[in-house]
Design a protein around this ligand. Structure first.
Ligand code: HEM
Ligand code: HEM
Ligand SMILES: [Fe+2]
Length: 465
């Protein structure tokens, strides 16, 4: 850690951990409900649990991106955050809005639009909060000593994510139009601008963890940004197949979204190549595992499993089934959840001064959560394909099919328990690091920034702890 104000990242990450834990609780509530044990129904009906589960996910991912930016931007710009106090206020405001939204869902205050359930008045508060965050980051970059490709891509991704929230607030009574705009947020986030945020954070992590020249790593970043825009923007069409939009979307959506895996393939090749090339061993192997893991698992979850249902002829049958949930879990996990866990794993030793990498619990957390998530994805896949065959091919009634596939949710619950063990180990490690009392090592000139903190860490007493 080189700047005092980077410490604020810790509080964003602690928020992530809390919300992540809560998200899992709601996942189990739904898992049991699907298995036929819906005892909590009167208190927490399925739609409430679902909205809570997915909104908590989005909230902790966003909190993770913000924490990452508050850590990365000062270091890249070589100065303290422009308004450190504002960062704290902005975190508190985010939590207050989030808690209000979640409580609201439980008393029936919500919009009922998948992923955008947060009621309109709270939407405005979200926008204000995110704009404050963007302003803080923008001023830090602007007043900083240097503007790097990494910080520019990260900033542009964050700015576009904020702006793309707005189309989701366009008022309309027309269901097709509503869906049309909703995808500008949901799709253009995860298959567009969030990929830029991902590219920026990955570039920072790879520069730090592999010691490879910034120039080489940042060249890859241009390729990934290019591929993302080329495929992802018109790829939105894969959500416009059968919702009342013109027929040309079948072609546009099919062709461009089929190209989307290329960006994720690019990231996978990039991550693996850089990790292999980076000869110098950084002591924080756990952070490198999460970083390369993000590159690989996002390709499988988003690229491969996304491709599996993106062609109109397939999507006609799989749309809105558990096949979507199969893809949604592995994609969100691989791309964004693992990315946040990667930056947390890298920064925690620096923020707290406790070098607890490569401990058995850190290794256990990585492998158990990932194997658990692969098993969960398989359970959703089996349930999803069975649902498609019975409901869409054989014409059985929706609820009859749901009863038929209950058994597969016991498989999901088992897999999710394994996954949760891994997450508990991660939380345990996070708590064990303690509070952000790490030493500030002071700013340094631009030329020699890359290898320094690693060397400092490697030689630090207790590095092998
Ligand atoms: C990290 C990137 C990605 C994430 C986090 C992600 C996540 C999701 C989620 C949560 C949904 C459900 C959304 C909803 O119904 O409201 C969804 C739907 C979908 N995704 Fe992805 N996705 C990603 C990348 C991709 C890619 C690259 C492709 C294609 C190659 C793809 C293809 C699809 C399709 C076709 C649907 C619609 C499914 C349906 O009709 O029910 N996704 N995705
Ligand atoms: C450990 C526990 C978890 C369990 C038991 C669980 C279970 C579920 C269930 C049953 C659904 C509802 C599917 C439906 O609509 O019928 C769901 C939705 C969803 N969950 Fe999870 N989940 C867990 C963890 C996670 C994690 C860690 C992530 C992301 C990293 C995640 C992302 C999602 C997403 C994106 C959806 C919406 C999918 C869609 O739109 O089809 N879940 N989850
Ligand atoms: Fe999409």
């Amino acid at each position: 850690m080189k700047y005092e104000s980077q410490r604020i990242a810790y509080w964003f990450f602690a928020t992530c951990m809390l919300l992540f834990g809560l998200q899992i609780v709601y996942g189990f509530i739904m898992g049991f409900a699907h298995a036929g044990m819906d005892g909590l129904h009167d208190l927490i009906p399925f739609h409430t649990a679902r909205a809570t589960h997915t909104n908590l996910l989005v909230m902790w991912n966003l909190a993770g991106f913000m924490g990452a930016a508050y850590y990365i931007i000062p270091e890249e710009s070589e100065r303290e955050l422009y308004w450190p106090m504002l960062a704290k206020v902005q975190l508190v405001a985010l939590v207050v809005v989030g808690v209000t939204a979640i409580v609201g869902f439980h008393v029936g205050w919500f919009e009922g639009r998948k992923f955008l359930e947060i009621p309109r008045p709270l939407d405005f508060l979200v926008v204000v909060d995110v704009l404050l965050f963007i302003a803080n980051i923008a001023m830090t970059i602007w007043k900083g000593k240097r503007i790097t490709t990494t910080s520019s891509v990260l900033f542009f991704g964050l700015l576009m994510a904020a702006l793309l929230y707005l189309p989701g607030m366009i008022p309309t009574d027309n269901q097709t139009e509503d869906s049309y705009w909703r995808w500008w947020v949901v799709h253009l986030w995860v298959e567009g601008v969030w990929e830029l945020i991902m590219g920026g954070i990955l570039a920072f992590l790879l520069i730090k963890l592999t010691g490879i020249d910034r120039e080489i790593i940042e060249k890859w970043l241009y390729v990934i940004v290019g591929l993302t825009f080329l495929s992802g923007i018109l790829g939105t069409g894969h959500h416009y197949y059968y919702i009342g939009t013109p027929r040309y979307w079948l072609w546009i959506g099919g062709i461009f979204s089929a190209l989307e895996p290329l960006a994720f393939l690019g990231m996978a090749i990039y991550g693996i190549t850089m990790a292999k090339k980076g000869g110098r061993k950084h002591p924080n192997r756990t952070a490198l595992a999460w970083t390369v893991g993000t590159c690989v698992m996002s390709f499988v979850g988003a690229g491969f499993l996304g491709f599996a249902h993106t062609i109109p002829q397939v999507n006609m049958y799989t749309h809105g089934t558990l096949v979507t949930a199969m893809h949604g879990h592995m994609a969100f996990w691989g791309a964004y959840a693992m990315l946040v866990l990667a930056i947390i794993s890298y920064t925690m030793p620096l923020l707290t001064g406790r070098k607890l990498y490569d401990t058995p619990s850190a290794t256990f957390a990585f492998w158990t959560s990932n194997i658990g998530m692969i098993a969960m994805t398989l359970a959703f896949a089996v349930a999803g394909v069975t649902q498609v065959v019975l409901e869409r091919r054989m014409g059985m009634e929706f609820l009859a099919v749901q009863t038929e596939i209950e058994v597969h949710f016991w498989g999901l619950i088992l897999a999710a328990s394994l996954f949760t063990l891994g997450v508990i180990a991660f939380l345990y490690n996070f708590i064990r690091h303690g509070l952000p009392k790490g030493e500030v090592q002071g700013g340094r000139p631009a030329e020699d920034d890359e290898p320094e903190d690693e060397v400092a860490l490697e030689t630090a007493p207790g590095a092998a702890e």
